[in-house]
Design a binder for this molecule. Sequence first.
Ligand code: ADP
Ligand code: MG
Length: 780
Amino acid sequence: MSRKYIALPVSTDTSASRKFFILIPVLPTQTPLLLTSLEMLEPSTPVQYVKGIGPRLAEVLAAKDIATVDDLLHYLPFRYEDRLNPRSVAELRAGEMATVIAEVRNSGLFRTRRMPIFQLTVGQGRTRLKCIWFNAAYLQGRFQAGQVVALYGKVEEDREGELQIVQPQFELLGDINEEGGAGAAEKEAEKRAAASLEIGRIVPIYESTGQGKLTPRWFRRIIRGALENLNPNLPDAIPAAVRAHLSLVSPREALWKVHWPDAGESFADLQSSRTPAHIRMIFDELFFIELGLELKRREQKAQTGIAFQLNDGVREAIKKILPFHPTAAQKRVLKEIAADMQTPSPMRRLLQGDVGSGKTIVAFQAAIIAIENGYQVALMAPTEILAQQHYFSARQILERAGYRIVLLTGSLDEDRKRDVRRHIAQGNAQLVIGTHALIQDRVEFEKLGLVVVDEQHRFGVMQRLKLMKKSDEPRVGRAPSPASERSSVVADPEPDVLVMTATPIPRTLALTLYGDLDLSVLDELPPGRTPVVTRSLPDERAPEVWDFVRKQIGAGHQAYVVYPVIEENPAKTEEREVKAAQQMHRQLRDKIFPNLHVGLLHGRLDADTKEHVMREFQQGKIEILVATTVIEVGVDVPNATVMVIEHADRFGLAQLHQLRGRIGRGAAKSYCVLMRGGKVSEEGERRLDAMVRSNDGFQIAELDLELRGPGEFFGTKQAGIPSFRVANIIRDRELLEAAKREAAFVISGPNAEISKEETDRALREMRARWALSYGLVEVG
Ligand code: ADP
Ligand code: MG
């Protein structure tokens, strides 16, 4: 429904740099509300006004995130059926998926001892084909001889070697009354028109929804109707030059053809979402995401940062702390970081490196650059244990060189916290290590120069954008210094930000999630590491595993036993993990390893105990550490060479890889044993298999993405990855790179190829979409 609005300014305060308006819909007064004006659909029109939907079905669709006409038109077919050139029964081959259109001959239910089987025989002339459905008494009476039916399913041979289709999806053609919607009330002509959408063409197949109420056929009719009534002059917010670079079709053509492909369209392209219509829709989605990230990136760059000096003194200081020779990758990455820090624009850099690649020391070196320039550094970790661990190594490496370091975590008592905060505010503390929440919330720095965020992958892109935004609105604030009070004109410079992630994100995904950051990659492990040997064993073989652990400890090494539990509710998960780990700890300590020191580490222990346990493990006093997944990130004890993971099959690949990253950190050969109990799902098997086969985090991450889809990649629901309507970043990686390239090109405009109006229009569209999809996140 097209509407007019008047904009009323809300605030009369003319000094405000921004004005706010309320939009009031204006109903056409001269012309009464005509049907025609109702029927003309705009992308933003609520779906309930689409013919055949109404308020009740609109609610059903809302559950599928379909609120507007635009959402509806982005509900793409998940496959297509070629009902223009359907297959003849004679050419079917066992093992293939096929669409067959044929006439119903007869059908019936056979009761076998195991279950009732419904059998349908269809025919094309004299050839016949059998279809069967298991446990399908409900199909009785559905088919009448003479009806024409479209069948889709896997062709198999039965016991006699005859071809049959097992459990096919089916549609009775021309049987429009079968649907709830319009049904009997519909006029004969409309019925025929609807039926013509079913045969003699390539037919879109949609996933049914609303407990099967909204069938593929229903979607076909409704989407077709929406397309017919859609405003034919859809504006295209993608600049002409970009369209030309990629030979994009118009939005209108894309919408039509993605649902109703031309007869000549390549079937392979359709099934792989590679028709020009698909490409346009996918690119469209990715382009505006990348445009937002690119803009964000430019804006961050345009802010005033700190130009750190890198003179010989600083270089010397950086080298002095190194306890080992840096790898070539570490040198290269430090150079990239140092170059960024020297420029006056604020650094926004992602350091990506597989577990154990040695990110910490690089972060310490960057910290020294800032500290030597008279600035403070904040190092934030996602867990208290990791913060403590960083504090521990910072003291070993940096305190020795004379730097002043403090630890700020939630479990410090209030007096101590106040004390630490004072040190930070007065500038005594040069390096502040703590958990994200704590540092972000209420810490004032005297002169903050660099923020390092460790294990960034625990946070999604949206959270990160918010986090960075907060650092704009000095949430990571500074104590008001007399100088800055006097000269309130000069804003404090933006601190540099280095985010580090251990989850090896494939490059394509990194481009999407971190499109606003520059990327550095540590693609080399420190020397002398032998790849971890990984085995997957059933629970029954636990005694052998414990024997092996005993031998390794006899040889002077240490071991982890990890007891992870998965549950919907994170609070509950932790509880169960803790319980399981406690039980396990008791059993291992008392029954299995009575002569060894078995420690226990989990998130519910108080900070002192945690620190104590970690220290004892680090010093080798604890030989076997029973732990929950709290040790997943960052924990670093090179002498530990064995990790036994219980119920490993229930875990995501990324998490297993992170856990395994705790071992193989020293020169000695390390072993990871993945235990599995009971019935393991097929996907679980594939994950274990991948772990056994590969030590390469990037490979594992790619596979994980394929198995689980990007939404679950990070193992958490709050990952904050933009959810895509039509794109799939694994399948569409090339379009993603193209979108990134084109976004950069548009932002650098206007130029000979792009006018100012086009750039502005693209940016307006991008803002509208970001506001819609990502709520609060503000871009530009
Ligand atoms: P991550 O990248 O997973 O954070 P860490 O920074 O914890 O990795 O480093 C893993 C281990 O490798 C640590 O014990 C660290 O001291 C060691 N390490 C890092 N760089 C080197 C190097 N160049 N040579 C030898 N050991 C190194
Ligand atoms: Mg680390």
